[in-house]
Design a protein around this ligand. Sequence first.
Ligand code: BES
Ligand code: ZN
Length: 461
Amino acid sequence: MALADALRHIDDQRRTHVDQLGEFVRIPSISAGADTDARGNLIRAADFLVGQFGQIGFAAEKVQVSADTNPLVLARSPDFSPDRPTVLIYGHYDVQGVDNPRAAWEVDPFAAVERDGLLIARGASDNKGPTFAHMKAAEAVLAVGDRLPVDLVFLVEGEEECGSKAIGQFVAEGGLDEFAPLLCTVISDTSMYGPDRPSLTLGLRGIVYAEVEVHGPKQDVHSGLFGGIVQNPNQLLVDALAGLVGGDGQITVPGFYDGLAPLSAREKALYAALEVDEAAYCRELGVAALAGERQYPLLERRWTRPTLDINFLSGGSPRTVIPAVARAAISCRLVPGQDPARVQAALEAHIRSRIPSAIGVEFKNQHISPAYYLDLDHPLVEPTLKAIRTGFELEPVLTREGGSIPIVVDIAAHTQAPVLLVGLGQITDNWHGPNERFSLHDFHRGTRTAAALFYELGQGS
Ligand code: BES
Ligand code: ZN
């Protein structure tokens, strides 16, 4: 049987695949953070992928959507055929910076250090390793002389960590239309429920992000000379933000919860059955106790309830001044049913209503994206779980996640096809932090899963 041959090939090539992934993570393709002087490295990473695809017979090209964006890598499997379904695989080759802080890295972030079965490197888990797993799975099928059971299109971007501009434009302008109809999109840019707990993620939260500026005197002024006669933007901003989230975790912005779809009893039961160690969360986070809407279980709070957080606050300086400007960044995570444009408008109106109208208030850098959700009963759920069982030799679990991948929603909307989120990372992989890591065992089992999934998805045709 062809799948068995491909799986054996993946088992045999385990060391080679790790070495090649090492080559990929050695390219410091940073697109976000202070040290982004990496345009050449981003292009090198894209070229590396084009080269890898070329070696296995894929038609691969760099797509330059506009002059100032990082290239997309678009690769299609050999011998596209109308009698096979087409599957899109998305990933990203760009990585976060390493100044978070640099001194906290125990190893060179771009030396591909292996330790205790982990690859410790920036981008190993987010998202080079998981993307590479799909590539190596396709390679294995072709290497054992089989036809791919589905036509594959890889779309790997280089701007996930800085706004996904090029891919956003590519999808919006119909760049995927030539592949219609797609059976589905597969993405490994989420996490597993835990070690040895592979998962299919049914949902992601959406996001409303905004930065607020409150303006005061034209420059910082002495608080002894002018205190008492001039409005203090720090005071106005903290007054406006105070109480947006009550002590009970309830969000007080009028209209915030409008439309929110209730969690089905079936899904609730699924998450209630997952083991949760609250003390372990506290240890991992370094907090004495967890907070939020205590009436909801921890996983529902992380995955299925909306949130509002103040991500950043600044204004003035630790001197006796009244500052010229106070700034905050706020983000809300949204769940199915909430309309991001309405939440954005409600948040802005509410904050403005709490600041005197004579004061200058600006909202900047706003972006929004709705939640993503795949129905529990979708016909591709079972084949995906079966592929995970084959790849990991473990029973998978269904989860949601609290993070957001805006392009997922765009891809799902444009292709009218489901997105299967099969994450290979762990929440302890330190994405965006120091000493990012990726389990090489999960890389291997994830590669097997990807191969098994190609065969499962090919079954229906
Ligand atoms: N891979 C993450 C998204 C993610 C995080 C999925 C946690 C599942 C769990 C992605 O790289 C990311 O960080 N996304 C941002 C998007 C935002 C800036 C629009 C996020 O969620 O904050
Ligand atoms: Zn990321």
